[in-house]
Design a protein around this ligand. Sequence first.
Ligand code: T4K
Length: 374
Amino acid sequence: MSSDRKILTVTRPSLPPFEDMVGLLREIWDSGWLTNGGPFHERLEAALADYLGVKHISLFSNGTIGLITALQALEIEGEVITTPFSFVATTHSLLWKRLTPRFVDIDPRTMNLDPERIRAAITPSTTAIMAVHCYGRPCDLSAIESVAREYGLKVIYDAAHAFGVRLADDNLFDHGDLSVLSFHATKVFNTFEGGAIVSPDADMKRRVDQLKNFGFVDDVTVVAAGINGKMNEFSAALGLLQLRDIDAMIERRAEIDAHYREGLRDVAGIELTGPSQAARPNHSYFPILVGPDFPLSRDALYKRLRDNDVFARRYFYPLISTFGMYKDLPSAAPANLPEATRIASQVICLPIYPMLTADEVDRVIAVITEAARA
Ligand code: T4K
């Protein structure tokens, strides 16, 4: 059924004009400074701190190394409460630090960890909560933090999806002990590969910076078994250019989100999730749920979209808890995770990225509305 129509993928990276990057590449070539905290690295850190409204941010080579480093910086041990409804990197970071994940179900409205269920899952071995702002939609920050305070738990926010999300009277990144961002190619803000940790104070930032540089404090002193998590100069220079246009990119995503909502509003059996509770969402994903009233199953609609050159994705199916390295944990039992299990079986993320045209959005809507009439 393939045609010469353009394939629409779930996301496509935004890039600045190529010519603008050439000048920065020339600077890198001339200086010969390629990585290890070079000038573009320093400029991007300062620019991101300013843009995100935070004081202490450390750039990383990717979000996964950021998550692992966050766990190391906070010296987390034992059991960590986390969500099964995320990208597998969230939980893999726990295994890399030899921690035991304890899966807790999600709140179907936010698709994030359900704070009430967190409370019920705490054991004497629990030391931390790793929560995810899934699809960039904020977790219930105050509820998570009050449970954490009550039981003396650390909180790490996996904010891989949450770049540019703004709350009304608050800053998403002022919450938790650390927040970890991803700047992967598929993200709202990308540096090809990249990421960052937001720290609450200068001491923690110093520790994170040491850990991402092998644990070096100075050229002869190593204080911990740190890793190589440094962002290189190419990625940092690209990040500076990306930051220039980021608000316009998020604005365009908001238009696409509104377009989908208008076009799919009356389709029986399709649940338009959200909208985000953020004052300025980032519209990083557009997840819909295919319910039992829809004439096709989720997987049949997913295939129908592909047959029409729309490569949507079932983020996040399968649930992390079903993968071989997790499935035998008692908390991974589907009976413990009914909402996450249902949502993973119904979700499809539709294409959303700044270059997606209105006609292309209409194409996606048409495939779904025609399937609804089947
Ligand atoms: N925590 C969470 C909650 C995360 O979602 C992620 C990453 C992480 C932590 C870890 O952060 P990083 O270590 O990655 O910084 C993608 C990404 O690889 C991954 O970064 C992301 N989450 C996840 C949700 O999505 P895949 O395997 O689905 O990507 P892939 O290669 O199938 O790409 C999806 C679509 O994007 C393609 O169909 C086409 C388009 N695409 C992709 C790439 C890489 C492009 O147009 N250009 C590209 O360069 O995982």
